[in-house]
Design a protein around this ligand. Structure first.
Ligand SMILES: *Cc1c(COP(=O)(O)O)cnc(C)c1O
Length: 400
């Protein structure tokens, strides 16, 4: 570990506070470090490894597609990507897909597409409404829609008006729409980096109503919430909406870089050759692994299985909350996206994360004092038991 730590500091730019472990390999829901320690992975590479690590369906596709071809460029038809796009559309909104390599690229694509719509059909509408504490990425365009205190936002800004509203305040949303005449409303159904804050179903429906009646575009950022994490393929589906555009990434490439947008009928045919593109995406290998993930989720009962595993974990956490009311506040989220509000100080929360790591459990901390869990859908009851046991012991220690 120490040698990797020193070399990391010397050769990699200082853009992340890394945990002091170097991973050697992973199997299922367990990470192994170079010192021989094991960790139960409740972070899944930030919601990427939906089925944990080395899932047989994903490994089989990795070998099959990996042995066929890795990259061909956008000058040719790309069967794995066509198949993935078709499945994403059939399980969400009627429209077309554009693929990029990451979440931020999905946001950039959405900004460009909405901009083009604004110019051609916007009738004077301009800009985006975003939620306070939203996260939509770190490239220059994406960072302008992001509302996180820790994200450096002070860049030269092109002409893109952004209007920030408090989540779950329909009055304010109505007022901003009336006063500012925005082209689009963009929201995460559950704000992830914002501390796992779900938007109320009624609020999402009000958003959809405003967009429908006032001719604005409804954009759902499903980069963290999508690909089965909340029990449906996309989280907006719980609210019975029809967004005009869906952003996806993280879990969609089965562990490899892939992201993009699903554009509904209003937007699907706006881009023409030359308007937008990228060299690598859609990587045939990422798309093939994404198809393997969808096989499991949609055709082999993976969504239902994930929901069962999530229910088990939630029951545990609710019991723990009743038992330790001085340590645990609200528990928020849905399915395998969970925020446990604690009464820890930021320093204590950081220490709890390190203590749990020592106990062999990897969790994330969001908004300084919220334990954020992004477990694999394959988390077994045994693994939930182990986590709940370690968490209980550590919280009792801290609050005794
Ligand atoms: C992670 C994330 C992004 C950015 O994705 P990257 O792949 O890191 O660029 C955007 N929106 C949400 C909701 C995310 O969770």
């Amino acid at each position: 570990m120490t040698q990797w730590h020193a070399r990391d500091q010397q050769y990699l730019m200082n853009t992340y506070n890394r945990l002091p472990i170097a991973i050697s390999h992973a199997r299922g829901n367990t990470l192994y470090d170079t010192e021989g320690n094991e960790y139960l992975d409740l972070f899944t590479g930030l919601a990427v490894n939906v089925l944990g690590h080395t899932h047989p369906a994903v490994m089989e596709e990795l070998n099959r597609q990996g042995g066929s071809f890795l990259h061909i460029s956008n000058k040719f038809l790309n069967p794995p990507a066509i198949r993935l796009a078709e499945r994403l559309v059939k399980h969400s909104i009627d429209g077309k897909v554009f693929f990029g390599n990451s979440g931020a690229e999905a946001t950039e694509s959405a900004i460009k597409l909405v901009h083009k719509w604004t110019q051609e059909q916007g009738e004077g509408k301009r800009g985006f409404v975003v939620m306070k504490k939203s996260f939509h990425g770190r490239t220059l365009g994406a960072v302008r829609l992001t509302r996180q205190p820790g994200v450096y936002q002070d860049y030269p800004q092109p002409d893109l008006p952004v209007f920030e509203v408090e989540p779950n305040q329909p009055e304010e949303l109505r007022r901003v729409c009336e006063q500012e005449n925005p082209a689009a409303i963009l929201a995460e159904p559950i704000l992830g980096s914002g501390g796992v804050q779900p938007l109320d179903t009624s609020y999402l429906q009000e958003m959809a109503r405003l967009c429908r009646e006032q001719g604005r575009l409804l954009l759902m950022d499903e980069i963290q919430t999508g690909i089965g994490r909340t029990g449906t393929l996309f989280a907006y589906q719980h609210a019975g909406l029809q967004p005009d555009l869906i952003l996806f990434a993280k879990g969609v490439g089965g562990g490899l870089p892939l992201g993009g947008i699903i554009a509904g009928r209003k937007l699907a045919d706006l881009f023409h050759p030359g308007d937008h593109g990228t060299t690598f995406a859609p990587s045939p290998l990422s798309a093939a692994l994404g198809n393997a993930v969808l096989d499991v989720l949609l055709e082999q009962g993976g969504l239902e299985e994930g929901q069962k595993n999530a229910d088990y974990l939630w029951n545990h956490l609710r019991r723990l909350q009743k038992y330790l009311p001085d340590a645990i506040g609200e528990i928020r989220g849905r399915g395998m996206m969970i925020g446990i509000d604690t009464f820890l100080t930021p320093a204590q929360a950081k220490q709890l994360q390190l203590d749990l790591l020592q106990d062999g459990v990897l969790v994330d901390i969001a908004q300084q004092t919220v334990i954020r869990l992004l477990p694999p859908l394959t988390l077994t009851p045994d693994e939930s038991d182990r986590f709940a046991d370690r968490l209980e012991r550590r919280l009792k220690q801290t609050f005794s």
